[in-house]
Write a protein that binds this ligand. Structure first.
Ligand code: ATP
Ligand code: MG
Length: 428
C-alpha cells in the first residue's frame, strides 16, 4: 500500500463549491478590467531565475529567501514566478508588442517560500494589471478608480481602505536611506535582531514594521517625504487631487514602502482590518516601476505602472463579511435517472443531449449508479439537485417522462414531446 501523500505545506486545493465562489469573483474582476479596455495576457509560471534576481532586488524578502528555484536536466536555474510584473515585462519586450496606452491584465498562481499562516500561502493567486509608457498621474488614478470599482461591485468598499505614498526617484531614495541608516544605527539597541540585520540590507523595510515600539521610534526618524524632488511631489499632489475629485477616500502613509525594490514615485495598498490581525492585511498593492522597465528595455520604454490583487485574501474577506450573495442552494439543475436497461439508457442519452442543447446554461448530470429509485433520490439531494427526471420501462412504453421538483417535493408525468416546452416554462 502507498503511504498517504498530502499536498505541500502552504499549497491548497480549492474544492467545489468554493471553486464556484472563486469563479464568480474572477468573472466580476475580469469583466471590469475588460470594460476599461485592458487585455488579458497569459504568461509562463516558470522563468529563468536571473529574470527575478536581476530585477526584484537582491535584499528583498523574495530574492533572499522566498524563491522556489530548481534546476532542469541541463542544469539551467529556473524559478517558479513569485510575482507577475517581471514576467510581463519580459514578454512585452520579447514579442516587441509595446505600444503606449495599451493596458494588460493577468490572472494566475504565484509561488513564495513563506511561513504559511492565514492569508499567507506558498502558492497563491494574483490578478494583476500593468500599463506601460504613460507618465501622467491620470493613469495611476485610473488604476485606483478601477480597483475601487471592483471593491464596490464585490460589496467590500466599506471594509477596505486605501493608503498611498510617493517614494520619489531612486536618487531621492538613496539620499534618504543614508540618513535613515544613520538614525537607525544610533537607535539600533531599540531594534530587534531581525530589524537590526536589515539596517544595511533593506532599511526601508524597517519602516513597514508592525512592532509597536519600533513604530514609536520611527516617529522621530527622518521622513522620506522631505527628500523628494519637486517633480515627484507635484505628481503626487496631482494624483491626490484627481482622487479627491473622483470622491475616492485615501490616507497618505509616509511609511508605505512596498516589498519590492523596483518601485518609484507613487505606491499604493488597499488593506483591511477584517481578516484578523497580523501582517496579512494587504489585499492589493502596486505602484510605478519606471526605472525597472527603463532598465529592462534598454531605455526604450520609460514608464510602467501596475498592481496585483491577492485572490485568497480577497476571498477570505468576502467570506468573512458575507458580502457576496452567491446562490449555492442548487448545484445541479437536473439530475437524470435512468433504470438499468439498454433501451432506457439510449433514451436518456438522447434526452440529456437534447436538454443540454436547448439549455446550455443548465447543469445537468446523468446518474449511472443504477440503484433503486429511493437511493438515487437521496443521491440527487446530496448533489443539491433542483429537479430529477426519471425514465423507467413504463415511461418508455407510453412515451412519457417523470419530472420531480425535489424542493417542492412535487412530481408530474408529461408526454415526451412536451419536455422542452415544459422545461422552458420552468427555466425561462
Ligand atoms: P505582504 O506584505 O502581505 O507580504 P507583499 O508586499 O509581499 O505583501 P505583493 O508582492 O505586493 O505583496 O503582492 C500583492 C498581493 O498579493 C498582496 O497584497 C497579497 O494580497 C497577495 N500576496 C502576496 N504574498 C502572498 C502570500 N504569500 N499568500 C497569499 N497572498 C499573498
Ligand atoms: Mg511579502
Amino acid at each position: 500500500m502507498i503511504k498517504k501523500i498530502t499536498a505541500i505545506h502552504g499549497m491548497h486545493d480549492c474544492l467545489f463549491p468554493n471553486t464556484l465562489i472563486w469563479k464568480n469573483i474572477e468573472n466580476i474582476i475580469e469583466n471590469i478590467l475588460n470594460n476599461y479596455g485592458y487585455q488579458e495576457i497569459k504568461l509562463p509560471i516558470l522563468e529563468k531565475s536571473e529574470l527575478f534576481k536581476k530585477t526584484i532586488g537582491e535584499d528583498t524578502d523574495i530574492i533572499e529567501k522566498e524563491m522556489y528555484t530548481l534546476f532542469d536536466k541541463n542544469n539551467n536555474s529556473l524559478t517558479l514566478r513569485p510575482e507577475g510584473t517581471t514576467g510581463f515585462i519580459r514578454a512585452i519586450i520579447e514579442h516587441n508588442i509595446y505600444s503606449k496606452n495599451k493596458r494588460f491584465w493577468y490572472n494566475g498562481p504565484m509561488f513564495r517560500y513563506e511561513r504559511p499562516q492565514k492569508g499567507r500561502y506558498r502558492q497563491f493567486n494574483q490578478i494583476g494589471m500593468e500599463i506601460l509608457g504613460l507618465k501622467s498621474p491620470y493613469i495611476d488614478a485610473e488604476i485606483i478608480i478601477i480597483i475601487n470599482n471592483i471593491w464596490k461591485k464585490l460589496n467590500i468598499i466599506n471594509n477596505i481602505f486605501l493608503e498611498i505614498n510617493s517614494l520619489g526617484t531612486l536618487k531621492d531614495r538613496k539620499k534618504y536611506i543614508k540618513e535613515l541608516i544613520f538614525f537607525l544605527e544610533k537607535n539600533s539597541h531599540l531594534l530587534d535582531l531581525k530589524d537590526r540585520k536589515k539596517i544595511y540590507t533593506n532599511p526601508l523595510r524597517i519602516l513597514d514594521s508592525k512592532n509597536k515600539n519600533i513604530k514609536i521610534l520611527l516617529e522621530n526618524a527622518p521622513k522620506l517625504y522631505n527628500y523628494l524632488n519637486d517633480k515627484s511631489i507635484n505628481k503626487f499632489k496631482k494624483l491626490c487631487k484627481i482622487l479627491n475629485f473622483m470622491n475616492i477616500q485615501f490616507t497618505i502613509n509616509n511609511y508605505l514602502v512596498r516589498g519590492l525594490d523596483y518601485y518609484n514615485d507613487i505606491v499604493f495598498e488597499w488593506k483591511t482590518n477584517d481578516i484578523g490581525e497580523g501582517t496579512s492585511k494587504t489585499i492589493c498593492g502596486g505602484g510605478r516601476y519606471d526605472k525597472l522597465i527603463n532598465n529592462m528595455s534598454n531605455d526604450k520604454i520609460n514608464n510602467g505602472i501596475g498592481c496585483a490583487i491577492g485572490l485568497e485574501r480577497l476571498i477570505l474577506l468576502i467570506k468573512i463579511i458575507k458580502s457576496l450573495k452567491i446562490n449555492i442552494k442548487y448545484l445541479v439543475d437536473i439530475f437524470l435517472i435512468p433504470m438499468e436497461n439498454n433501451h432506457i439508457l439510449k433514451k436518456i442519452l438522447i434526452i440529456g443531449e437534447l436538454i443540454r442543447n436547448k439549455f446550455p446554461k443548465l447543469r445537468i448530470i446523468t446518474s449511472y449508479l443504477f440503484k433503486n429509485l429511493k437511493k438515487q433520490i437521496i443521491e440527487a439531494n446530496k448533489y443539491k439537485s433542483h429537479f430529477i427526471i426519471i425514465i423507467g420501462q413504463k415511461e418508455i412504453d407510453n412515451n412519457s417522462i417523470i419530472i420531480k421538483n425535489l424542493y417542492l417535493k412535487k412530481q408530474i408525468v408529461i408526454p415526451e414531446n412536451k419536455l422542452i416546452f415544459y422545461l422552458k416554462k420552468i427555466f425561462h
